[in-house]
Design a protein around this ligand. Structure first.
Ligand code: ATP
Length: 311
């Protein structure tokens, strides 16, 4: 089982610390979402892991080895960093053929990954005729070519249509279920929530969070319950008496911050208050992420949406 291990990794570009003392691991068998505002250092970290840039200090290893020390690296690590990098005058098949030959990968894999990426019917077309989504699929096909145990994908949903977004989500879940280590950067919180088990969040090159998805959401959001009753007065009195602050909505419902249905249901039952509706409101990854970045004020400056986050 192969992991990615980043240890005290720092990369300076002149006065900019793109990556600053970063330590985290990407474990096999799960999808790790890699989040952070623009310029947080996600792409730089991926480039350092792939040996495309040299760290100022610290290490990044895959299965305990630096990328440059791995024999036949395409068989161990697949990466999608810049889907625009493929030479536009080549066909998709030729592009993959050249990569396969360089990585000493048998040509049989080419058809498999073309099929798996949904571009088999366009295999003999020149890449210059490809849409952004097709280029993205070709980049993913290239990443899968060596059947690697580790995958690193930078914004893989970029340019994909709704069907493509569902495809990439299912593909990542499948790759993790097969026991691979999958690191995926994204700015799309709804998307990330749909495929990631674990999160690594960066801000200005530093680690802000390294935690399970559920824990992250629970830590950075407050639960909330919405309910409706025929006896508003008693409901308000009972809940206020228990330290809650129910807020009446215009549509006749009440909202209670900091409460779960398991808090409110038994209280109402015990007091004999008729309940017409009782629902917990699921907090989202986006709310949690914005709360985290709002809490660290240096990351909130460019994020007015943070004001919409529940306290
Ligand atoms: N080759 C380079 N030379 C100088 N500065 C660089 C270089 N590459 C990255 N940087 C700087 O390093 C910081 C981190 O950039 P990076 O692209 O890693 O962030 P990111 O989290 O991937 O951002 P985004 O979400 O916008 O892709 C930024 O301030 C960026 O300007």
């Amino acid at each position: 089982m192969t992991s990615i291990d980043v240890t005290n990794l720092t990369k300076r570009y002149g006065a900019t610390r793109a990556v600053d003392g970063l330590t985290f691991a990407v474990h096999p068998g799960r999808v790790t979402g890699f989040l952070g505002p623009n310029g947080a250092g996600k792409s730089t970290t991926m480039r350092l892991i792939l040996g495309l840039d040299r760290p100022t200090s610290g290490t990044a290893t895959i299965g305990g080895r630096a990328y440059a020390a791995i024999d036949e690296p395409l068989r161990h690590v697949g990466a999608l960093l810049d889907a625009g990098a493929a030479q536009a005058s080549r066909t998709a098949r030729d592009h993959l053929r050249i990569l396969a030959a360089a990585g000493r990968i048998g040509p049989r894999r080419i058809d498999e990954v073309l099929e798996q990426s949904g571009i088999a019917s366009a295999a003999n077309r020149r890449i210059r005729t490809f849409s952004l989504g097709m280029r993205q699929r070709l980049g993913i096909a290239a990443a899968l070519l060596g059947d690697p145990a580790v995958l690193m994908l930078d914004e893989p949903s970029n340019g994909l249509d709704p069907e493509g977004i569902i495809w990439i989500r299912e593909l990542m879940r499948q790759l993790a279920a097969e026991g691979r280590a999958v690191l995926v950067s994204s700015h799309l919180m709804g998307e990330t929530a749909s495929f990631a088990d674990h999160l690594v969040v960066l801000g200005r090159g530093r680690l802000l969070a390294d935690t399970g998805m559920r824990d992250f959401i629970d830590t950075w959001t407050t639960p909330r319950v919405r309910l409706r009753t025929t006896d508003d007065e008693r409901l308000r009195n009972v809940l206020t008496g228990k330290g809650f602050t129910p807020v009446a909505g215009e549509d006749g419902t009440w909202t209670v911050e900091g409460a779960r249905v398991t808090d409110i249901g038994p209280l109402a039952a015990h007091a004999g208050i008729p309940i017409l509706e009782l629902a917990g409101e699921e907090a989202t990854l986006e709310q949690a992420y914005l709360a985290l970045t709002a809490d660290r004020t240096e990351f909130a400056a460019t994020r007015p949406a943070a004001q919409e986050v529940r306290p």
